[in-house]
Design a protein around this ligand. Structure first.
Ligand SMILES: C[S@@+](CC[C@H](N)C(=O)[O-])C[C@H]1O[C@@H](n2cnc3c(N)ncnc32)[C@H](O)[C@@H]1O
Length: 289
């Protein structure tokens, strides 16, 4: 592409009718990325800028229509399996089976936040205590890989410990049918997650404002920790979850630095060996005699 002028590059995109097909989400994401880069070029002419900006708006409008059609499917009770198939098709081959390790984001995050229509919180979150980790969402590719793996069963009760804006419980319920509970300290995040669940009619996804050190965890069969805290706080909450594991077998999925701490627990066995770095690892509890 280096040898093509801006006009020629834009013409290539403008003349590609497949970009308007809703299911070509990845291709459109790639085109939108290119447009963003080209639009920043200093020598672009006013007419070219106008045409490129118009094309960008047209492609974004196709995405918005796609997000809205999936939202309508969720609201009208389309089965989790059918929704998952649709999203996997849009994500493109390989994106889920072998996701890029690490905590960076990609177009799949745009797709899922477009479906959830999560807004940025208007109020600033309250300052956190030492050892508590600020909000950062799980990258969508890792979460979808967990969902596709089938380790979350429809009869599980999934608890996201430190659920932030709630996209993990919302997507788990939407795409597996399992009941999910988000436990989050920050009330602004909890209110936004509850609103999102109401808007999508996802009544099996609920959110409670609570400190994980004292929150009610007895219903959980599948816990998720994207390193919500560290140090002694993590140790305290893990001990609370361990107490639950004495009554029944549970699973715990982790992402980030807390994975190494869970891997050291004698009452947990990782389902992948060695525990994965930069992706979600699933552990299951074992009974110690
Ligand atoms: C790294 S974010 C993970 C967000 C979400 N689970 C996800 O994966 O997208 C950690 C979250 O834990 C919350 N948190 C930190 N300490 C907490 C505590 N003691 N009780 C409940 N939530 C807490 C933070 O407010 C933040 O939203």
């Amino acid at each position: 592409m280096m040898h093509l002028s801006l006009e020629e590059r834009l013409a290539l995109l403008s003349d590609d009718p497949s970009l308007m097909e809703p299911e070509q989400f990845c291709k459109r994401a790639d085109a939108l990325d290119k447009l963003d880069i080209w639009l920043a070029e200093p020598d672009a002419q006013p007419q070219w800028l106008e045409d490129a900006t118009r094309l960008r708006g047209t492609l974004e409008a196709v995405n918005v229509a796609l997000y809205n059609s999936i939202r309508e499917a969720v609201q009208s009770g389309t089965t989790p399996a059918a929704l998952l198939q649709q999203i996997l098709k849009l994500a493109g081959e390989g994106a889920i089976e072998n996701p890029t390790p690490g905590l960076s984001f990609d177009p799949l995050d745009d797709l899922l936040s477009g479906i959830l229509q999560m807004e940025e919180p208007k109020a600033s979150p309250a300052p956190l205590e030492p050892e508590m980790v600020f909000y950062q969402p799980t990258p969508a590719r890792h979460l979808l890989r967990l969902i596709v793996s089938g380790t979350i069963q429809p009869d599980d009760v999934f608890i996201d410990v430190g659920s932030g804006l709630g996209h993990v419980p919302l997507l788990v319920t939407m795409l597996t049918g399992a009941r999910s509970i988000g436990v989050e300290l920050e009330p602004v995040y909890v209110a936004m997650a509850q609103q999102c669940a109401r808007n999508l009619h996802l009544h099996k996804a609920t959110f409670v404002q609570a400190d994980a050190r004292t929150a009610y965890l007895s219903q959980g069969t599948f816990f998720y920790l994207y390193t919500p805290f560290t140090g002694s706080l993590l140790a305290d909450v893990l001990e609370r979850i361990h107490t639950q594991a004495m009554n029944r077998q549970i699973k715990i999925a982790t992402l980030g630095p807390c994975t190494a701490i869970l891997a050291e627990q004698p009452w947990l066995a990782a389902l992948t060996s060695p525990p994965e770095n930069g992706r979600i690892t699933v552990f299951e509890s074992i009974q110690l005699n």
